[in-house]
Design a protein around this ligand. Structure first.
Ligand code: HEM
Length: 192
């Protein structure tokens, strides 16, 4: 009668045997062992340097959220990111956004700095990065395609940035956003 060892042997065991043999061969050869060690060491160094890179990126503290308010085109102008606080606001289709977290785009020296502290609607509609108006612009001469384009940009801004308020038409009175409403909004954003 065959021993139980022989009876229970399957083809899988033999392939395990091959892998086992390769493993034994690898770790028994000093050169292979050294190469394996080198690979492990290099992978460790790459992972470590990536982690250090992430840690060393300057973490700019986000500015406190602006209290909800409306702006005239002149009031908006001072938020072009050049003052000490560095806050950047832009208007798109009558809505004012705090785009400070996109300072690399809109801040001084950024590719879209002409939009900072301004109404960017016309520039976005006409793909002109130098068009950021100083005067109120009712956009009434824009084609429907251009207006569609502004609205598409606007939905991107809605996704990415906080809304501060509205851009006022000349002579238009600012909305009085109550503190209560402001607190509710803040609470809401905390929950998000
Ligand atoms: C050669 C032409 C252009 C190139 C290569 C270019 C490239 C880019 C790139 C790489 C981004 C960043 C996308 C991201 O990381 O989310 C971006 C964002 C943007 N681009 Fe351009 N762009 C060009 C022209 C324009 C023009 C003409 C306008 C004006 C309408 C424009 C307006 C913007 C805006 C508003 C953003 C979004 C920034 C944000 O997320 O706040 N770009 N562009």
């Amino acid at each position: 009668m065959e021993s139980s060892d022989t009876v229970n042997k399957t083809p899988d065991d033999s392939s395990g045997g091959i892998f086992g043999a390769i493993l034994t061969e690898t770790i028994s050869s000093p050169i292979n062992l050294a190469l394996l060690g080198l690979i492990v060491f290099l992978v460790y160094r790459i992972i470590k340097s990536r982690q250090e890179e992430q840690r060393s990126e300057p973490v700019e503290k986000p500015l406190p959220k602006l209290k909800k308010r409306d702006f005239t085109i002149q009031e908006l102008k001072k938020f072009d990111g050049t003052d000490e606080e560095g806050r950047v606001l832009i208007a798109v289709n009558g809505v004012v956004y705090d785009v400070t977290k996109g300072k690399a785009f809109y801040g001084p020296g950024g590719p879209y700095s002409a939009f900072a502290g301004r109404d960017a609607s016309r520039g976005l509609a006409t793909f002109n990065v130098t068009a950021g108006g100083d005067q109120y612009d009712d956009l009434s001469d824009l084609s429907s395609i251009e207006m569609e384009s502004v609205k598409e940009w606007q939905s991107q801004f809605n996704e990415k940035y906080d809304i501060v308020g509205r851009l006022l038409k000349p002579g238009e009175q600012p909305t009085n956003y109550s503190d209560e409403e402001d607190e509710t909004n803040t609470e809401k954003s905390k929950d998000e």
